[in-house]
Design a protein around this ligand. Structure first.
Ligand code: SF4
Length: 738
């Protein structure tokens, strides 16, 4: 018998216009469970999803001190959004997780597929806030059929996600005694894994049941250590069990428009995907070849944008097309009825290492970030080795992006002689050493050895440790600073940004640290050349972060917005915005919530953007409240993200850099080449660092932030927020004005 530590009965609230207007508050320190209303004024400004999570964190945290990530008061919040759970609309099944991050000490937010958020909503709750720490390992179950929430002791449960998700899905599904039919499709499990106990970049896995393959899949809320916070609260798993649903289950305001816009968007995807990115067949694995072609695929710790001998070709989509199973058949949606169906997997993969060696497993992914981060960026070019690393990262609860980027950092340190076998507990961390990489992973999961545990704290903490313990020269100190691809404490996601000023800002001027979801501009800047001028790039750094925020307020995936675009998109005035789809989303939002977005296309776009800007700016103020979110936090990204750190890098793209320098200085190439290469290299750095500072100034102006402090101006706050919210934030910003 499972021991129940607390139980709460409730009357399930039907969803109306996308909302239940209730959230769950669970305190694990005292095993209490409460249902609370979401006030109308909060709904009005914060919309749902990330907005709700941020507000629930804001109102809970004490005002007189700054809470650290591992204190019981750090709230872990999960919410979907008013459009989350709409069957048949592409990408409408996301959950958004927030917490104070162990890596950055500020808010981290992560947008993840899998069915948990929607199932929790249909079970009766728009959002979940978990605070406190349990004394023993526990599982929280939200059961919308029984109309009960309970906390139970996690006795003798495995911690590895691939075992745990299956076990709990099986345990909590209902089986009809007469027909034998079960409802396991409506059970979703959230878990992390054993490595999250030892690392600051633990991830969360959100499961969904695949009725065709008869397996559970998982998607990750990867970034910033939400899995670490989860395990630190002594949580083993969350389970949501929803009653069966249909389109009407979100209680739409206008069912006909909802049906119409959903059908239109889906059929456009079904018609055009095969002519564009082939997401239905290879998913985001279509990206490595494009990135490599434009010299943007991170290779050997972001030194280069491709392997110059062509080794990275083995990581391109055509290779993964052969490895992924059953693609293109409409089996691979991480939300029901998502037409893109890009969440591909490898079935029957036989593991080569670790505790499950020899077993055949299903591996979800790899997706682009994992292919680049755990492949080319660490010198691994065997696509199946990436699959193996992907599996263990997921089941151990490790973010593949932080893992890949941090591994690339230690490999470059090893190759440069800063690390050696003595310092790495015997691991030979040369480029591409698969055995050393997997051994590092397994030791992290076991919490074994000194070096794996230093590594597990991320690049920023490693740099501090190396400086304090390795007696580095001044040059070495500067080198590890320049090549350590982390900013605000978070490891970079997987794009080489040296030639894209827009993406340098898209990483450096983010709220949470260098994660591409906030301002993924590299493709638009470098592949499409949609923002050729400095001004265009600065403009993009306001519009895109705001617009992309909108998806996380509503429980949506961004991919259907611009990964398959209308056939005539290029002929529109603003192809980078995909104007037709913005109008789809305005229709979608209005048809569910009944909130009118305006009459003209421009007015509707402006209203959607304002909705997002309010939450975006609030998150910035939240960071200020946590002691960050200032100009210095956005400044000085690692130079590897801005330009060539070493002469080797400069020489590898000599023509490009020399020509740029000639243009900048108004000289001929011959004149430039008369300078020693070291001087050209140093001048390039000076120019590029200055250009980043200038971008920072211009973007601050556009976002309404104070130049010196980087904090929102009071006039801007009054322009976008209602009076009650201005009063809330004022104590945290008023002394940081010019
Ligand atoms: S587009 Fe891909 S990632 Fe997004 S919801 Fe659909 S299947 Fe999931």
């Amino acid at each position: 018998m499972t021991k129940i530590l607390a139980e709460f009965s409730y009357k399930r609230q039907e969803v109306r216009k996308g909302y239940t207007d209730k959230y769950l508050h669970i305190n694990l320190s005292i095993y209490s469970i409460e249902e609370k209303p979401i006030p109308e004024k909060v709904k009005d400004v914060f919309i749902g999803g990330k907005g709700y999570d941020l507000w629930l964190m804001w109102e809970y945290l004490p005002r007189d001190r700054i809470v650290k990530w591992d204190e019981p008061e750090n709230p872990l919040c999960i919410s979907s959004g008013p459009l989350g759970g709409v069957m048949g609309y592409p990408g409408a099944g996301k959950s958004i997780v927030t917490a104070i991050s162990p890596l950055t000490d500020i808010i981290i937010d992560s947008n993840v597929g899998g069915f948990f958020g929607p199932w929790m909503k249909f079970a009766g709750f728009d959002a979940l806030r978990i605070v406190g720490k349990a004394k023993e390992p526990v599982v929280i179950v939200i059961d919308g059929l029984k109309e009960k929430v309970w906390i139970e002791l996690a006795e003798e449960l495995p911690t590895e996600t691939h075992l745990l998700a299956d076990m709990l899905n099986e345990k909590y599904m209902n089986v009809d005694k007469e027909t034998g039919k079960n409802d396991r499709l409506y059970v979703s499990v959230v878990s992390s894994g054993p490595a999250a106990d030892h690392t600051y970049f633990g991830c969360l896995n959100f499961s969904w049941w695949d009725n065709r393959r008869k397996v559970n899949h998982v998607k990750q809320a990867g970034r910033g250590g939400t899995g670490t916070v989860f395990r630190n609260k002594n949580l083993v798993a969350l389970v949501a069990h929803s009653p069966p649903i249909k389109l009407e289950s979100v209680g739409p305001d206008d069912r006909d428009t909802l049906r119409k816009v959903g059908r239109e968007h889906s059929s456009e995807i079904l018609k055009l995907d095969s002519q564009q990115n082939r997401m239905r067949v290879i998913g985001t694995a279509h990206l490595p070849s494009i990135m490599s072609e434009f010299d943007l695929l991170p290779t050997y710790n972001f030194k280069y944008g491709r392997d110059d001998n062509g080794k990275d070709k083995t990581l391109w989509g055509d290779h993964y097309e052969k490895i992924f199973t059953n693609t293109g058949k409409g089996w691979d949606g991480c939300w029901r009825g998502c037409a893109i169906n890009c969440a591909h997997c490898v079935e029957g993969y036989e593991l080569k290492t670790g505790p499950f060696k020899g077993q055949k497993v299903l591996v979800d992914g790899p997706e682009y970030e994992t292919i680049a981060g755990c492949g080319s960026n660490i010198g691994i070019f065997d696509p199946l080795q990436v699959v193996e690393i992907n599996f263990y990262c997921d089941t151990y609860g490790i973010d593949t992006i932080s893992f890949g980027t941090a591994t690339a950092f230690i490999m470059e340190c090893y190759m440069a002689g800063i690390l050696n076998k003595e310092r790495t507990d015997g691991l030979e961390l040369k480029w591409g050493n698969f055995e050393a990489v997997t051994e590092l992973l397994h030791r992290m999961a076991r919490g074994e050895g000194q070096f794996p545990l230093i590594f597990a704290k991320g690049i920023k903490k490693m740099q501090e440790y190396f400086r304090a313990n390795y007696n580095l020269t001044k040059e070495q100190e500067r080198f590890i600073q320049d090549i350590g691809m982390a900013h605000k404490g978070l490891e970079y996601s997987e794009y080489v940004t040296k030639e894209s000023l827009a993406q340098q800002g898209g990483y450096g001027l983010t709220l949470k640290g260098p994660q591409h979801d906030e301002a993924w501009l590299i493709f638009l800047d470098m592949v499409h050349n949609y923002m050729p001028t400095f001004e265009n790039k600065a403009d993009a750094l306001t519009w895109f972060p705001y617009w992309r925020t909108w998806f996380s307020l509503n429980g949506l995936c961004k991919l259907p917005w611009n990964d398959v675009v209308p056939a005539d998109n290029k002929e529109t005035d603003e192809p980078h915005k995909v104007p037709k789809h913005i109008q789809f989303y305005a229709d979608f939002f209005e048809s569910v919530t009944g909130r009118h977005m305006g009459d003209s296309p421009k007015e509707r776009e402006a209203n959607l953007i304002l909705m997002s800007e309010r939450v975006y700016q609030f998150q910035r103020v939240f960071n200020v409240r946590l002691g960050h979110g200032r100009r210095e936090d956005d400044s000085n990204p690692p130079y590897r993200s801005v330009g060539p750190v070493t002469l080797e890098e400069y020489n590898s793209r000599l023509d490009r850099y020399d020509k740029q320098l000639a243009e900048e200085l108004g000289k001929t190439l011959e004149e430039i080449r008369k300078m020693p290469v070291g001087e050209r290299h140093a001048l390039t750095r000076k120019i590029r660092e200055e250009r980043y500072r200038k971008l920072q100034d211009t973007v601050y102006e556009k976002r309404g932030w104070n130049h010196k402090s980087g904090v929102i101006k009071i006039s801007k706050a009054k322009e976008i927020w209602p009076e009650w919210l201005v009063k809330e934030v004022l104590p945290f910003i008023k002394d940081l004005q010019d």
